[in-house]
Ligand binder design. Structure first.
Ligand code: PLP
Length: 339
């Protein structure tokens, strides 16, 4: 008889996949933090996905790079924030597979210090040999995509075979497939739990994770902590991403509005800007457990967990899983903001 896990993997078999994950990531119980918060807290360590300093993009890139290789690409192109982990991970994946990479960096975060433009992920992707181009605007998905396509056209005219990693809402969320598998992996590792806390940015991680958990028969509440858009915008976005994912997988997990939980209490002051709640959450985790979170995503996500506890949406004694999506290289880009 096929196990549920096998049937999830079988469902994804028709998507080409580049194997970038070196192993399953650990799920660890946080003993001291559990005691401090009076919950049963576990962390799924997807900061330890391995390739090029890890993070959630490794799982997502298995499917993008799989398609790139299947298409015979020699160059991958991607656009993101200046301290984007996605572009750094894409450059690492490209290096692993022997492809070139073009990274377009968008000015999404205003008034940042010098390190933001030179250290952290920027430094790492230079070491990886990626070509950098910059895009002057931050909230212009269409314009940024067009600019990237112009570079792809130039490469094509020069005889190259480019592959654009599309992250815009109009494209199938291929990367979410990585989190369908990630959720199945977590389910195998720890069985039932009450609440999962995940970051919700593009929504690929959140959508894949929620879909994968439901496919595995898990009924846990999954809160997506908003890191870029407010609750209303993010909930609408999630509906779109979840529908696109269901269409892509040819499977409808029959999610209801009650399944799509978003929370934006720690979004302020805005995307990529470190406010006091994020700074406190990040230092609390480091000083209690020796685990580093990042200033843009996982720090805000843990701050979200603390906020949900305060609002009694998470109850004392509940078994809670925090998805650690990595991003620590950005700590060095935020030196001025964190010191
Ligand atoms: C990109 C990123 C996220 C957000 O993931 P989405 O799939 O875009 O929602 C969260 N955490 C880290 C560290 C990231 O780099």
């Amino acid at each position: 008889m096929m196990t549920k896990h096998n049937s999830i993997e079988a469902r994804l078999e028709r998507f080409p996949r580049a194997h970038l994950m070196t192993a399953e990531t650990p799920v660890e119980r946080m003993e001291r933090m559990s005691e401090l918060l009076d919950i049963d807290l576990w962390i799924k360590r997807d900061d330890l996905t391995g390739l090029g300093l890890g993070g959630n993009k490794t799982r997502q890139l298995e499917f993008y790079m799989g398609e790139a290789v299947a298409n015979g690409a020699d160059t991958v192109l991607i656009t993101g924030a200046v301290q984007s982990n996605f572009v750094r991970s894409a450059a690492a994946a490209a290096a692993r597979l022997g492809l070139k990479s073009v990274l377009q960096l968008e000015e999404r975060v205003p008034d940042m210090g010098r390190q933001y433009y030179s250290s952290g992920n920027v430094l790492l992707s230079k070491i990886l040999g990626a070509e950098h181009i910059s895009y002057p605007l931050g909230e212009d998905e269409v314009g940024a995509d067009n600019a990237l396509h112009n570079r792809a056209d130039e490469l094509r005219a020069d005889g190259h075979t480019p592959y654009v990693i599309h992250l815009g809402i109009d494209h199938p969320p291929l990367g979410a497939l990585g989190y369908v598998l990630g959720a199945a992996e977590l389910n195998r590792q720890i069985g039932n739990f009450d609440v999962a806390i995940v970051p919700s940015g593009s929504g690929a991680t959140h959508a894949g994770f929620l879909t994968g958990l439901r496919l595995a028969g898990q009924t846990a509440a999954v809160y997506g902590i908003c890191v870029r858009r407010d609750r209303d915008q993010q909930t609408a976005r999630m509906q779109t991403v979840l529908n696109k994912l269901a269409a892509m997988m040819d499977f409808d997990p029959a999610l209801t509005a009650n399944d799509i939980l978003t929370w934006d209490g720690t979004l302020a002051p805005g995307y990529g800007i470190v406010g006091p709640t994020t700074r406190e959450a990040l230092t609390l985790m480091a000083r209690t457990e020796g685990v580093f979170l990042d200033p843009v995503y996982s720090g805000k996500t843990f701050a979200g967990l603390l906020g949900l506890l305060k609002e009694d949406r998470i109850q004392r004694g509940q078994k809670v899983v925090l998805l650690h999506t990595g991003g620590q290289p950005a700590l060095f880009g935020y030196q001025d903001e964190l010191e």
